[in-house]
Design a binder for this molecule. Sequence first.
Ligand SMILES: *Cc1c(COP(=O)(O)O)cnc(C)c1O
Length: 385
Amino acid sequence: MTRIFKIEPFHRELISKTSLLNFLSFLDTNEVELPALLMDSERLRKKASAVGKNIRNSKVFYAVKANAGQGVIELLDGMGLNFEIASDGELEPLARAGVAADRIITSNPVKTFKFLKRAAEYGIKYYAYDSREEVDKIAGIVPDAKVYLRLSVPNEGSEWPLSKKFGVEIDDGISLITYAAQKGLDPVGITFHVGSQCTNIYNWDNALYKAKVLWDMAAQKGIVMRVLNIGGGYPVKYTKNVVDIEEIEKNIDVLIGELFPPDIEVFIEPGRGVVGDAGVFACQVIGKSKRGDENWLHIDVGVFNGLMESIGGIKYCYIVEDTGGKKMNWTIAGPSCDSFDVIDRNVDLYEPRIGSMVLILTCGAYTTSYASEFNGFAIPKTVLI
Ligand SMILES: *Cc1c(COP(=O)(O)O)cnc(C)c1O
């Protein structure tokens, strides 16, 4: 069945024509059970081969938490990307794909015992830490670990800040690095995270300057580090333009060249930046209603089964089928009975029919990996096309 969608000029700024055509022709020629997360493998390949290109001596470790779909993992594995994981659950798809331990790192600063044991048994060598307690845990379970300290850095300007939960300041940092060395671990470096969906290029500058201070303090104490792990944070376009990954990386590369020794290894851990704009939710209108002055549009994917980030302020863009309706202002809600399940407000869309399809753009990251089956609504399947 050929469906006609209302494509508007602003949609074209968010998704490439080839990507959109890939999705539309797939939907035309396949019976897809809705809702589904469609991942455009061509787009994914393009993004995966772009990240890291502009930073010298860099290695890309895809952050599995952004999208742990088996097909996604296998595609990235095939392209030679490495992986960053936080749990035994995230190790499973990698183990199934046969990813070697030396291509996996773990940057969760506080790990479960179960995961540490599993990771040690698998042969993973690189771990993050930001407390003495974690150093003790790692030293007990993975005595030959290479460890990098999570430094706290400003997250201003990132739409999904991560700074409050993890990371230490420089003074605590230097005593922890020394402590890790005393405990027999190899303190190879420093890591930080500028915040997810980081649209402020200067966050990386601030982080690098701060890491440099700590790096030199460690060197003065005779601890020569070799790994600078700059975490994730690369943004994707949701409803507005964001700074290019290429521009971000060129800026980072210049600064690393100025501040750090020439032979260091740079680890990069992008999640959203690799998968975010390769995914589209195909879902369905299941209801319309008028509540007071508001027009409500009910669709079959919501806050609990895929669009959790809308609660934290991520705004998605929607494409509706052209069914001859006129443009109206909508409150968009998911399928569950919880009143928390409201995805967006004040969205202008042509009025769809009950049963018509809605495409939600830029849904490749932190959607299905974030979803629950609350209220009996299944987590949408991921289909790599
Ligand atoms: C979530 C996370 C990432 C990926 O972040 P993005 O913003 O998706 O690029 C990388 N490293 C760590 C430690 C993380 O927790």
